[in-house]
Unconditional design. Structure first.
Length: 380
């Protein structure tokens, strides 16, 4: 393990990558990876300290790297969560009439019945256009450092206003969306209740706040791994514990850590080996599109692994359908490690322990349209 830390130090110092330095690691991500690697070494030292009490050692190591998902909805900055906002946000999340075509809702691409993501590699949007990346899950998204694979939205509120305006997704405008909402009596009433102190409750900003409030409730606590982190040594099976130990020792937790087991920082996709073009499309340069910093080419936010077993296919390109295959790919291109079948199966077993209790979501009855509600349009 000390050797792995040394290798990580060398990797960060030289910006080792597969394209002669063009894909250098972003400095803050490199620093985070090195700190995480040191933490993994510390945790591994705990694991190796004694044979007796091995379960206690593993639990102690895990608690230094991960945190359990809370059972209560977290606070959201500058947007107090209220029952009225959540109820409104839920209706908005499911309403396809907010799109220009009248057939695409937030739930279309972030289906709460399929792990909070699309069931296919990329989502179909306006006029059957394919999205450029796989839709991220909305479950536990409130815990991510930022939203989208490239982190272009700082929070769920900023994220909410993107897809509704994107020409390849919902293709609406703020004006059209507000006209739609103001045309329905039920929406007028719900916005007034959700934002009682606003002279004009129906605004584009309040639309985003309501969506954010609802999405903040989409947390999945009480996974076996959460119960383990909270002190139940029997919450994980023997195989899952073996997988957790490997997850730490092999270096997976260097990028996939914290409360969401990922989603906390940005890292190059393909640290030690260049992925195939199907896994890493060459025209999608990741965070570079946001920062315009050359070292951010092909850098992406690490995927949060909560409920990962529920939402194949995997990676931002959505090209791997098997969780076992995804583990194998990541070990080779990110860590330069070749796992055997037993090791891979153990890690997959651990990843299955990250499936939490999903909230019960009833499909809502939407407000009735009126004669003034904008008609669907399939125009560009």
């Amino acid at each position: 393990m000390i050797g792995r830390l040394a290798a990580t130090r060398t990797l960060l110092a030289t910006s080792t990558n597969y394209d002669k330095g063009r894909l250098g690691m972003r400095k803050s991500a490199a620093r985070t990876l090195y700190i995480a690697a040191k933490l993994c070494v510390l945790a591994a030292g705990i694991l190796a300290s004694s044979t007796a009490g091995a379960d206690d050692d593993l639990m102690s190591a895990a608690r230094q790297i991960f945190k359990p998902i809370p059972s209560i909805v977290p606070a959201v900055k500058n947007n107090p969560i209220t029952h009225e906002k959540v109820a409104l946000g839920k209706i908005l999340f499911f309403d396809p009439r907010l799109s220009a075509s009248g057939v695409i809702s937030c739930n279309t691409c972030h289906n709460l019945g399929t792990g909070g993501a699309d069931a296919g590699p990329r989502s179909l949007g306006h006029r059957w256009q394919l999205g450029s990346r796989r839709a991220p899950t909305v479950y536990n998204a409130v815990f991510n450092v930022a939203q989208f694979w490239d982190g272009r939205a700082a929070d769920l509120k900023a994220q909410a206003v993107g897809p509704v305006q994107a020409s390849a997704e919902m293709n609406a405008t703020p004006a059209r969306l507000l006209n739609t909402l103001n045309s329905m009596t039920d929406y007028i009433v719900m916005f007034s209740k959700a934002f009682p102190n606003d002279a004009t409750p129906i605004t584009f900003d309040n639309f985003a706040k309501a969506i954010e409030a609802f999405e903040a409730t989409l947390i999945t606590p009480a996974a076996p791994f959460d119960q383990y982190l909270e002190g139940d040594a029997y919450a994980l099976s023997t195989q899952q514990k073996a997988g957790l130990k490997l997850f730490i020792e092999k270096g997976c937790s260097s990028c996939h850590n914290g409360i969401n087991v990922g989603g906390q920082d940005y890292f190059p996709f393909g640290v030690t080996e260049r992925p195939t073009a199907s896994l890493l499309p060459r025209d999608d340069k990741g965070r570079f599109a946001v920062t315009k910093v050359p070292s951010d080419e092909y850098v992406f936010r690490s995927a949060p692994l909560r409920n990962v077993a529920l939402r194949p296919p995997y990676f931002h390109s959505g090209q791997v359908w098997s969780l076992k295959q995804a583990v194998g790919v990541m070990s080779e291109i990110q860590l330069g490690a070749k796992l055997n079948d037993r090791e891979t199966d153990d890690i997959v077993a651990f990843l299955n322990s990250l499936t939490g209790q999903l909230p019960k979501i009833d499909y809502p009855i939407l407000p009735a349209r009126t004669d003034t509600t904008p008609k669907p349009s399939m125009e560009q």
